[in-house]
Design a protein around this ligand. Structure first.
Ligand code: FBP
Length: 546
């Protein structure tokens, strides 16, 4: 593989490990655990993997380990650091026993079912150390949930004599990892399944998981771009930039970027939902900021919009809920229709209130809401052009206000969507270290006979030496939720908490950001230099762990 100079230098970076993982490792077990809610139902569904204790790795004594083979899968959207998780698994399994082998299943969970794999050798691994992307083995969104998929997987697992599979994924993929672990445990197959918390969205976090990997690098990359736009904006002073940010339902990415860059406006979906705001109220909030700045000669600014916003506007959220069930229940009779007929079909089948909401949406947005869900039943929010929708509506509002004498300025909007730009960035020092430690933990969970666990690393705002690595039973993070028209056990998604420190900090400062120009230009991620710059975590993590 041809490498850039930066990549060459960066490949020799040795990720720092917590003390507990630096040498031989001993397991310290905690008390038995419970699921976050719906305990009886979850226990019934996971009789073999429910209630297991939390695990922490502490320094121990050298021991001999039988040879074993391990498989690894990257699942879902790319997130910086995925390769380092695999490097961490590889190095640790080889350290435990040089005869151990690591297989990578190709293009996501589908690789396990379709028996597409490669053996990961040190040559391959060394090419990908500290790099972004998931291209070492590719990723995919195939959902592992059917028995025949588990059985197909078992065939290749047996053929390659694999003892354990590591699934590196988000909340849905880790839920599937748990289902798979339970299935193999119930059948006494002797196959362990371990999960690993990945997603740039930052919504896979709870008391046990401080952050999902990739959030740090992705938000720093977006913050660099937003800072550059802010500086351009403050130089030319003639545009309003509407920037939509990835993150699916949760607004963690938008909030983190706001804390790093101090834009004039940042909408937080969770607040919109809590305050029961309408689309019109959101538009008025932005238009008011535009008008106020215009009255003081500032016809420019920056607005951040989380990509999941539309789902959180209560009336649209109710509509999406009904559409999800409708689209899950109706198959070919809907899919085979043309655009017009699909619209008519939806309008005819929705309840009166939701049909009215659907009819009022701009056609493009209504269409995007009625497209196929992803394999986990989620609306593909990254396809909805919320940034355009909002700026069009703000413009219309300003035209009306101009007539009433409430706005006397210029409004020239520009649109951006940052998502794919950050998902494969070269991991920051934080993500490089965190991911490597997660990989080493996953290997240790396997070596210690665990299944149905997710690898974790805590105390991540302290120096790396003091990080605490271990594992959490996946059932501990589960509750029952409605998915594609059915109640299912799933890992609870973490949305932005309005009483949490990051949002409170934002709420304390945002009025000033709207009025004045308080932009901050974070600049690019730094790999070499003062630790205060290179090893700094996200503002979200700093504020949450204070
Ligand atoms: P994961 O939840 O799988 O980590 O993916 C996150 C994400 O990047 C979201 O922010 C975004 O909405 C989605 O993936 C886009 O999906 P796709 O990669 O299929 O376009």
């Amino acid at each position: 593989m041809k490498k850039s100079l930066l990549q060459k230098e960066r490949s020799s970076y040795q990720p720092k490990l917590p003390k507990g993982l630096q040498g031989a490792v001993k397991v310290k077990e905690g008390a038995p655990t419970q699921s976050v809610s719906d305990r009886e139902e979850i226990q019934k569904l996971f009789p073999n993997t429910y209630g297991m204790p939390l695990v922490e790795f502490v320094p121990g004594n050298e021991a001999n380990h039988e040879a074993m083979n391990v498989g690894v899968i990257l699942s879902g959207g790319q997130a910086p650091g995925g390769h380092n998780v695999i490097c961490g698994i590889f190095d640790e399994v080889k350290k435990l026993n040089p005869n151990n082998r690591l297989y990578g299943f190709l293009m996501g969970p589908g690789g396990l079912v379709e028996h597409n794999y490669i053996e990961l050798t040190s040559e391959i691994i060394d090419d990908y150390r500290n790099t972004g992307g998931f291209d070492m083995i590719g990723s995919g969104r195939t959902k592992l949930e059917e028995e025949d998929q588990f059985e197909k997987g078992l065939e290749i697992i047996r053929k390659l004599d694999i003892q354990a599979i590591v699934i590196i994924g988000g909340d849905d993929s880790n839920t599937n990892a748990c289902v798979l672990a339970e299935y193999y445990a119930a059948k006494k197959c002797g196959v362990q399944v371990i999960g690993c918390p990945k997603t740039i969205d930052g919504d896979l976090k709870n008391d046990q998981i401080e952050t999902s990997f990739g959030f740090d690098t992705a938000t720093k990359t977006y913050a660099e771009l937003i800072g550059n736009i802010e500086r351009d904006c403050n130089s030319a002073r003639k545009y309003w930039h509407f920037i939509k940010l990835m993150g699916r339902s949760a607004s963690h990415i938008a909030l983190e970027c706001a804390l790093q860059c101090q834009p004039n406006v940042c909408i937080v979906s969770e607040e919109v939902q809590q305050k029961d705001m309408t689309l019109n109220q959101i538009v008025e909030q932005i238009a008011a900021a535009v008008a106020d700045r215009a009255s003081r000669g500032m016809n420019f600014g920056v607005v951040l919009i989380p990509e999941g916003l539309i789902e959180f506007i209560p009336s649209i959220g109710r509509l999406i809920g009904e559409l999800n069930d409708l689209l899950a229940a109706h198959g070919a009779d809907y899919k085979d229709l043309d655009k017009e007929a699909q619209r008519a079909y939806i309008l005819a089948h929705l309840s009166k209130e939701n049909a009215e909401t659907f009819a009022t949406l701009p056609e493009g947005v209504a269409r995007q809401l009625s497209l196929d869900r992803d394999p986990h039943g989620n609306v593909q929010v990254s396809l909805i052009e919320t940034e355009r929708l909002l700026s069009d509506m703000v413009e219309a509002k300003l035209v009306a206000w101009k007539k009433d004498g409430k706005f006397d300025g210029k409004f020239a909007p520009l649109h951006h969507f940052f998502g794919y730009e950050g998902r494969c960035a070269a991991p920051s020092n934080f993500d490089a270290d965190y991911c490597y430690a997660l990989g080493v933990s996953a290997a240790q969970l396997i070596a210690n006979g665990k299944t149905g666990y997710m690898a974790i690393v805590k105390n991540t705002t302290a120096p790396t030496d003091e990080w605490k690595a271990g594992g959490v039973p996946i059932t501990m993070m589960m509750n029952m939720e409605r998915r594609s028209g059915e109640m299912k056990p799933v890992i609870r998604k973490a949305l932005v908490e309005l009483d949490g420190a990051p949002f409170r900090e934002f709420a304390r400062l945002r009025d000033e950001w709207a009025k004045e120009t308080c932009f901050i230009y974070p600049g690019p991620i730094q790999y070499w230099g003062p630790a205060a710059v290179c090893d700094r975590t996200t503002r979200t993590l700093e504020l949450e762990q204070q």
